[in-house]
Design a protein around this ligand. Structure first.
Ligand code: G3P
Ligand code: MG
Length: 274
């Protein structure tokens, strides 16, 4: 398996990994690559869109990180912000839109006129694409102001479990309540891997991880320290870092035990690693 458990060496490539065929599912069966495309291939396509995931697939990425929230009518959609202003031609809060209204938005032109036909992706549409592309998904349960963590997890997790095998799914969140609800829906940590998102490693991370039967810790790479990285790995957890776009500056973090990096432009890491 390409991921080193020692955390001290880095394979020279991010060669795609084969998923374990064995059953029951073992801890080693998660097909986590070294580099994950942040919000799809967001350096080259509008973030969190179907186009961004297709672009990631075309670029050779095995996994994408995406954000999910609910519209006002409860539909889970792939979206980062509380509002639609930054990444569409509309204004207002996501929680004030229903699906028909959300689908009227042009969510591509803000990035480039070449993406003017892009529409906000529902979770169901995105999962169909991920399955079609045979990719892995790190889905972030994104909790905006006045959104319910439990409602989001209840709407999202059953869909994920029905669509993707455990080896190609990692659910993460900054929100403990969202992760708690997710764990209550699927109590087997090998059938639903959970990742705890922090900016820097807080004092209570071990208790959080134990309570949630977490698989991984996801940290802002700029705040990562060698001792923290070692502690995470020594606790038997995987360590992911976001959002790094300069492989040369990021390089020391590999030696500290980072398992995977989440990047807007994974191809620059691919080139650097190979
Ligand atoms: O999941 C890692 C990263 O996506 C967390 O931050 O704001 O880009 O969703 P953000
Ligand atoms: Mg995210």
């Amino acid at each position: 398996m390409p991921l080193s458990s020692s955390g001290t060496t880095l394979p020279p490539t991010i060669t795609p990994q084969r998923e374990a065929q064995a059953s029951p599912i073992s801890e080693t069966s998660l097909a986590l690559p070294r580099v994950i495309a942040h919000r799809g291939l967001s350096a080259h396509a509008p973030e969190n869109t179907l186009a961004a995931v297709r672009a990631a697939h075309t670029a050779g990425c095995r996994w994408v990180e995406l954000d999910v929230q609910q519209l006002g009518d409860g539909t889970p959609v792939i979206w980062h912000d509380a509002g639609v202003r930054r990444c569409s031609n509309g204004r207002g809060k996501l929680r004030h839109l229903d699906l028909a209204q959300a689908h009227q938005l042009d969510v591509g032109s803000w990035f480039s006129p070449a993406f003017r036909h892009e529409r906000m992706a529902t979770l169901d549409e995105m999962l169909a694409l991920i399955v079609e592309c045979d990719m892995g998904l790190n889905l972030e349960l994104k909790i905006s102001y006045r959104h319910s963590p439990a409602a989001l997890a209840k709407a999202v997790v059953p869909r994920l479990l029905a669509a993707l095998p455990p080896s190609r799914l990692l659910v993460s969140s900054f929100d403990r309540d969202a992760l708690r609800t997710a764990r209550d829906i699927e109590t087997d940590p090998h059938r639903l891997r959970l990742g705890l998102l922090y900016d820097k490693l807080p004092k209570g991370w071990r208790a959080d991880a134990e309570n949630l039967l977490a698989y991984s810790i996801h940290l802002d790479w700029r705040k990562l320290k060698p001792a923290g990285a070692s502690a995470v790995r020594d606790a038997g957890l995987r360590l992911l870092c976001y959002t790094a776009n300069n492989p040369a500056v990021f390089r020391p973090c590999w030696a500290w035990g980072v398992d995977a990096v989440i990047s807007d432009d994974p191809t620059c890491f691919t080139n650097a690693l190979s």
